[in-house]
Design a protein around this ligand. Structure first.
Ligand code: MN
Ligand code: MN
Length: 457
């Protein structure tokens, strides 16, 4: 190591073995993305992979001993996977990511007709630039709990022979006034209504809406009141694709944060022998503040660790859980904002992540004076940096944009509040939170390698 710190483009320094591993790894990641367009689908796909790799439901384990591989699902929207080490009370190596992404969700009373067309009211989820959701094909994913309590899973719009949906946009010819507005005000939340039909039926009133309800009833056996107990998310139809003539990048919806979820998952599936217990936590609701019983602020995480310790030790007590957390280290696995050649002025080049410079370590997040941040200690950054350097991980340090330009947070603060040493670490993205987010394959692979090295460190 020279005296000067000189970050290099990963392709300039990568070894042959890693170079050859990148593309096949990312093919599997792309396949995962297409199966996981909602938090529920991401958990389902993750559990499938976990079971395939020998992980067992914690509920089926009478005791836990070293080497056991378990998982616990939180209400179909979260999962904790673990490989048991010598003694969980001695501390865990944790990687925590989130599986929810911004979407356009049906309101509970969504259906109405206007100008002989049928539309659905939506309430967007997470931080979106609303104009990005106009005039693109949308598929509908989710669940409907019917009046009799049965649950229906719906995916419509993903197959070429299925219909899609969309939110219309105003033609430029009549957009003179709209174009004068700020981007924030040009499209309103209540303007994000999804077009779903236009043929009249026999009903005397609301005959267009009636006809759509008839189709839904015939096809799915649902009635209008069933929407009240439904979670239906409109998501971009476009499947994940290779990007660029050199296929060096991936463009896809939902990479925040399924890119870190997948790499963390694959890392725990691939770890061989562990000394410390390793944990991969995939949570929901990060995009809205990690609230609720499926967010990272839920007790699910602590409860499951307590459950694990109680299966390792006959005489469980709460202090064991507290000790386990105190002795643990966590990588908060979330995406960072890569510098964008089209928007360079929001980034500070010395301290912003770049595409293809490897997995990003972020010491602190937050905004305006590190407010709301989990600020990892110099000691922790030092230990993680050493693990990465010792294991040939291509990595970089990065924060979110210039000082006072904006900011953001992750699940890091909630895990750190449990007295777990925590640092943010994940994949840099372009077009974050858009329907077509961009990652670099080298960074994706290096993130997987980083999590895996951290698990067994
Ligand atoms: Mn995220
Ligand atoms: Mn996000």
């Amino acid at each position: 190591m020279g005296i000067k710190y000189q970050p290099k483009n990963g392709w300039e320094i990568i070894n042959k073995k890693d170079r050859e591993a990148i593309f096949p790894f990312c093919e599997r990641y792309v396949a995962f993305l297409d199966k996981a367009k909602t938090e529920r689908e991401a958990i389902k796909a993750s559990v499938e992979l976990a079971e395939h790799n020998g992980f067992k439901k914690i509920e089926d384990m009478p005791v836990l001993k070293k080497g056991d591989k378990i998982y616990a699902v939180n209400k179909e929207k979260g999962v904790l996977l673990a490989v048991i080490g010598d003694n969980t009370v001695d501390g865990m190596n944790i990687v925590a990511a989130h599986v929810d992404s911004p979407s356009s969700d049906f309101k509970q009373n969504p259906l109405y007709e206007d100008l002989d067309m049928v539309l659905c009211k939506t309430h967007y989820y997470g931080g979106i630039k609303k104009y990005q959701w106009l005039a693109i094909p949308l598929a509908l994913h989710g669940v409907v709990v019917k009046a009799d309590g049965t649950k229906l899973e719906i995916v419509i719009g993903e197959q070429a022979d299925e219909p899609v949906f969309c939110i219309t946009d105003l033609l430029p010819h009549l957009a003179e006034e709209q174009m004068k507005k700020t981007m924030k005000d040009a499209v309103t939340g209540e303007g994000l209504n999804i077009l779903i039909g236009s043929i009249p039926g026999e009903d005397e009133k609301e005959k267009f809406k009636g006809e759509i309800l008839k189709i839904l009833n015939t096809k799915y056996g649902i009635s209008e009141e069933d929407f009240i107990s439904a979670e239906l998310e409109a998501v971009p139809v476009q499947p994940a694709r290779d990007l660029g003539f050199d296929r060096s990048m991936i463009a896809a919806y939902g990479q925040d944060d399924r890119v870190c979820a997948y790499t963390a998952l694959q890392a725990i599936l691939d770890v061989k022998a562990v000394t410390k217990t390793v944990v991969c936590m995939l949570a929901d609701k990060e995009e809205v503040g990690s609230m609720g019983d499926t967010g990272m602020q839920s007790r699910f995480f602590e409860d499951t660790i307590a459950h694990m310790i109680s299966l390792e030790n006959k005489n469980y007590n709460d202090l064991m859980l507290r000790k386990a957390l105190k002795n643990s280290v966590c990588l908060s696995a979330d995406v960072s904002a890569a510098m964008d050649p089209n928007y360079k002025d929001v980034s500070e080049p010395l301290n912003s992540p770049k595409l293809n410079y490897g997995v990003t370590l972020t010491k602190y997040t937050g905004s305006r004076g590190k407010s709301g941040s989990n600020d990892a200690s110099a000691e922790l950054v030092g230990r993680i940096r050493k693990i990465f350097n010792d294991n040939n991980i291509i990595w970089q340090i990065g924060e979110l944009g210039k000082v006072d330009i904006g900011g953001g947070g992750t699940v890091a603060q909630f895990i750190a509040n449990l007295n777990v040493e925590t640092i943010d670490c994940g994949v840099p993205l372009l077009s974050m939170h858009s329907p077509f987010e961009v990652s670099a394959k080298l960074d994706v692979y290096m993130t997987y390698k980083a999590y895996k090295a951290f698990f067994v460190a």
